[in-house]
Design a protein around this ligand. Structure first.
Ligand SMILES: C[S@@+](CC[C@H](N)C(=O)[O-])C[C@H]1O[C@@H](n2cnc3c(N)ncnc32)[C@H](O)[C@@H]1O
Length: 249
């Protein structure tokens, strides 16, 4: 298995993930967490696997100095275009995470790694690099595809054979990630070098709603309710993605 760069998935990603409520909820939860965690001063930000740059554009518009690193040219081009349309400057690097330590010589106040781990052949291998790229006293904003949510969805759908075989990975051109992460395993891998300060669930109920209720719901209501329950002790862990804001120890 190799890392999945989004060379052919760029358009589908833009439409399917950011074209509707799913993307809006993702941005709302990540932004609420970062507003709470970050100080008012301008920060140096590195967005690893930046995709189309949705989060980095928001940060750049709030006065932060943003560098986007992304291996897939169509994604990085899309990000460049979105920044140009917004009239906002940033640094763009076409590179996978494996090349970043060789190309960047100063750590960043804030490192973003959103929805990337689950596309990597060896997700744990990036963790020491994230640590080296985050300045002491800085922040890591880590969002990942949650294996628990996938198990729960399969239980609700009665997909018991799939569960027995532990067949979770998406295949081929699918936008289902190839490697969902077990939050407890990841927490254990982070424990030595990071303190997790904020833990939120992204889409703790939206994706489980019956589709007719989903279609009828107003976006404003969905956002309000997802934000209200994103840190609920029971529901947070059901988020399709988990967002952890971590500080280096
Ligand atoms: C689901 S997208 C997430 C994009 C963006 N972070 C977001 O949250 O909207 C995953 C991204 O990870 C990128 N990616 C895959 N392998 C990578 C690697 N080895 N290093 C850095 N990025 C990688 C893909 O090209 C894709 O753009």
């Amino acid at each position: 298995m190799t890392d999945r760069h989004f060379d052919e998935l760029a358009t589908r990603f833009a439409e399917k993930i950011y074209g509707g409520a799913k993307g809006a909820i993702r941005l709302a939860v990540l932004q609420a967490d970062l507003k709470e965690a970050l100080p008012e001063r301008p920060l140096r930000v590195l967005d690893i696997g930046a995709g189309l740059g949705h989060m980095s554009l928001w940060l750049a518009q709030r006065g932060h100095a943003v560098t986007l690193a992304e291996p897939a040219e169509p994604m990085l081009d899309g990000a460049r275009q979105r920044f140009a349309e917004a009239g906002v400057a940033a640094t763009f690097i076409q590179a996978p995470w494996q090349e970043l330590l060789g190309q960047l010589n100063q750590p960043y106040d804030l490192v973003l790694c959103h929805a990337v781990l689950e596309w990597l052949a060896e997700p744990h291998a990036i963790l020491p690099v994230l640590h080296q790229l985050t300045a002491p006293g800085g922040w890591l904003s880590l969002a990942f595809y949650n294996k628990d949510a996938l198990i729960y969805r399969n239980l609700l759908k009665g997909h018991f054979r799939k569960l027995r075989k532990a067949r979770f990975a998406g295949e081929g051109q699918s936008l289902t990630p190839q490697r969902p992460l077990d939050p407890r395993e990841l927490a254990a891998q982070l424990a030595e070098h990071w303190t997790v300060e904020i833990e939120s669930g992204v889409r703790v109920f939206h994706d489980y709603m019956p589709s007719d209720f989903q279609a009828k719901a107003e976006l404003a209501d969905l956002l309000e309710m997802e934000l209200a329950y994103s840190r609920h002790p029971t529901f947070a862990g059901l988020g399709r993605y988990l967002h952890w804001v971590c500080r280096p120890r």
